[in-house]
Every structure is written in C-alpha cells, then in structure tokens.
Design a binder for this molecule. Structure first.
Ligand code: HSE
Length: 403
C-alpha cells in the first residue's frame, strides 16, 4: 500500500480525495497496489467532513511519516507551498501538483531536487486541467521535434469571449456572467489580463525547448479592450476572437512566445473551442498537428490529472520518469520582430490615412456602423505596426492580431 498526503483541502484538494475514494479499485489495479489518503493538511477545520479524521494542521506530521511516499500539493501560491514541496522532495517524497504558478517559477529546480532524492515532481494538472498534455509531451511525442504549441489555455476568458460573440455582450457584462457562474475569480485580473495563460504557455514552452522559459518574459495582452464592435467586424469577415497562448521554436535556444487576443478564421480548429473548454494544438516536425481538447478547469477534471500523476509515481517508485526541462534559460525573442497581419478598427474619417499607413490592406465597412470601419493589413513586423498606429493617433480605436 502507498500512503498519500494531500496538502490544501480546497476545490482541487478535496477533488483529489474524492477521485481516489470513488475510483479506488480501478486505481489499485492500475497502480499495482492500494493508494490510501493518510493525511489532509489544511489550516481550517472541516466539521462533519467524511475525511475529518485525516485532517492535520502541522506539516511535520506528513514530513516525519516515512510511510507517506507521495504528496499532492493543491495549496496554490509559491509561499508555504514552495517550502513544503521542497521539504517533501528532500525527504524523498514525490510531489504531484496542480499549482501552475509554482511549476512556471520553480519547475527546473524542483525537478532537479526530485531527481537528487530519487523521487518525482509531476504536474499534469498545471496546464489544461483534465486534458492530458504534459505526459504526451514528455512521453508520447518523444520522436518529434516540437515546432510550436498554440493553445486556448484559460477557460474564464474563453467563456467571456464566447458570450460576447454569441450574445453581443460587452466585456463587463460577460465578465459579470462568468463571475455569477463561478468561473471567474472575484478578482479576475490573472485571467482577463492573460497572466494565467502566460504561466501555462511558459510551462509548455519549457517542455518544448527542454530549457527554462521565464513566464515574465513572454509579452502578454489580455482581453479587456475587446468590444462588441470587434466581434461585429470579425463576424462579417468570417472570423472570431480568441485569447491564444503561443510558443514557436526558432532555434535550439530561442523561441517566439506571446499571449494575446487573435482574430482567427472561423474554420481554424481553435476557433471552434467555446465556453470554458481549452485546447492545445501541438505541431511536430513528423506528426504535423495534433490537438488536445477538453475541460481546462473544474474540481474533478483537475483532480483526475493530479491522481494520474499519483498513479504514475506509484508505478515508478524508485525509477526515473523522464522530463526534459533544464534550468538553462531559453531566450524569448523581442516581440517587435514578430511578423503578422493585423485587424485595425479606426474612425471612418481616417480611411485615406489608413490606406497610406498600411499599403495593400483591405477596408471593411458595415452598413449599421456609421462612425468606424475595419482595416486588415498585410503581414508586418510588430514594431512597424506600432509606429504606423502611433502616426494615426486617436483615429485608431483598437487592433487585434490576425491568425
Ligand atoms: N482560472 C483558470 C481558468 C483555472 O479559467 O482557466 C484553471 O487553471
């Protein structure tokens, strides 16, 4: 029997206990031995909870029990969670986590610590919730040179954008609806400003490069400036708008990476991903494209991914689980050099100036929009696009990359 401790009895932590209990027999069969939750660590009390007897408030109870071989870290943040993770690994206890902030920041260090102490640091649940993506990158796609990874990695923003598109709602109204539904946090900044997606693409990009990609160096733009007018023009042009997180290898050591809204052709596979669903498109040099699609968040979906790591650890106690993520840092190229075409929304009075600033582009005017128009540029470097927009001053009302 393998004893497991769960640190953090919130949404995901309680889901982990539930998955282990509900699927006990099947998990035992797959893991090769019984898995038992021995302790649940939390500062709070849970009177009447069916697992109340397992609750502890002192992490040392877990650290000092030699029978605990695996710890699930579902606390979040990089404060106490980092200290406890490091301590567990140094004691040879494997750690399975859903904590993307921790993985993005300390991934290579914690993987190395685990290796030095003959245990594992696994993080399938840190990206895409229940969608298997970390294990495929580490395992199934090992014959591939991964060229790029593009994903819809944040369920909250995808829900907001889907609502804006389908119900012609403003960003604020769609956000309020997401909050009512319990998708968006009370403070939704990390989601709507793109920081959550940035951490997730940094993790995937690090696995693609085999080197550390610092999430803070990835240029990031959120969805707060998207308007119903942008969706009206997107619809007329056969497009939709999605928040994409992208990473593209351009050498052994360098990559392009970005999080930003993109106006996508309606036929593109990512354009069809709606509401809280996530999808990740991986391009390999032999395989071509493969898409991973499913629930990117939620208690049981995310917990299921944590428990899959627990099973992996149990099957591989004392053995290595490959994970190619070195501490050496890969260079994120200057975003100014990124080339793409743009959609620009501008005052109608600026039509001639737009044609002059962006030669060979195409204007789109809608009969029910008297004040503005849309303009689609040819591909150009981001720095040149920014200068051209600056020259147009306040006649430019908004812009989005085309994809
Ligand atoms: N806030 C995240 C999302 C939760 O909306 O996708 C899952 O990481």
């Amino acid at each position: 029997m393998v004893k497991v401790a769960v640190m953090g009895y919130g949404t995901v932590g309680s889901g982990v206990v539930e998955v282990i209990e509900k699927n006990k027999d099947m998990i035992q069969k797959k893991a090769g031995q019984e898995i038992e939750v021995a302790y649940i660590l939390d500062l709070r009390e849970f009177p009447g909870d069916p697992y109340e007897a397992k609750l502890v408030h002192d992490v040392n109870v877990i650290m000092e029990d030699p029978e605990v071989k695996i710890v699930c870290e579902t606390m979040g943040g990089t404060g106490a969670a980092y200290k406890f993770t490091k301590a567990a690994l140094e004691k040879g206890k494997s750690v399975c986590t859903s904590n993307k902030e921790m993985v993005a920041k300390y991934g290579p260090e914690l993987i190395k610590t685990a290796r030095e102490h003959a245990c594992h640091y696994l993080f399938e649940a840190s990206v895409g919730g229940g969608i298997p993506i970390i294990r495929p990158l580490n395992d199934s796609l090992t014959a591939e040179k991964i060229e790029s990874i593009t994903g819809i990695l944040n369920g909250t923003t995808n829900y907001i954008l889907t609502k804006m598109e389908r119900e012609d709602k403003s960003f604020d109204v769609a956000l309020a609806r997401a909050q009512e539904k319990g998708y968006a946090e009370h403070n939704p900044e990390a989601d709507v400003e793109g920081y959550d997606a940035r951490r997730k693409i940094a993790i995937l990009a690090s696995l693609m490069m085999g080197k550390h990609v610092d999430s803070e160096k990835i240029p990031t733009e959120g969805i707060t400036k998207i308007t119903p007018a942008d969706f009206a023009y997107a619809k007329a042009a056969g497009r939709t708008i999605k928040l994409l997180a992208r990473a593209k290898a351009i050498g052994e050591n360098s990559l392009e990476a970005m999080v930003s809204p993109v106006m996508l052709d309606k036929e593109s596979p990512l354009a069809m991903v709606n509401f809280v669903y996530n999808a990740i498109l991986v391009k390999g040099n032999m395989l071509g494209e493969a898409m991973f699609y499913g629930k990117g968040a939620g208690k049981l979906a995310t917990a299921s991914a944590v428990v899959s790591d627990v099973i992996d650890c149990t099957r591989n106690l004392g053995r290595k689980i490959p994970c190619d993520w070195d501490a050496q840092e890969a260079t994120v190229e200057d975003a100014g050099n990124n080339v793409c075409a743009y959609y620009v929304r501008a005052k109608k009075s600026a039509k001639a100036a737009l044609l002059a600033a962006f030669p060979e582009g195409e204007a789109l005017e809608l009969p029910d929009r008297a004040e503005d128009l849309a303009y689609f540029t040819k591909p150009m470097a981001h720095s040149a696009f920014v200068s051209a927009c600056e020259s147009l001053g306040d006649t430019v009302l908004g812009s989005i990359r085309l994809g």
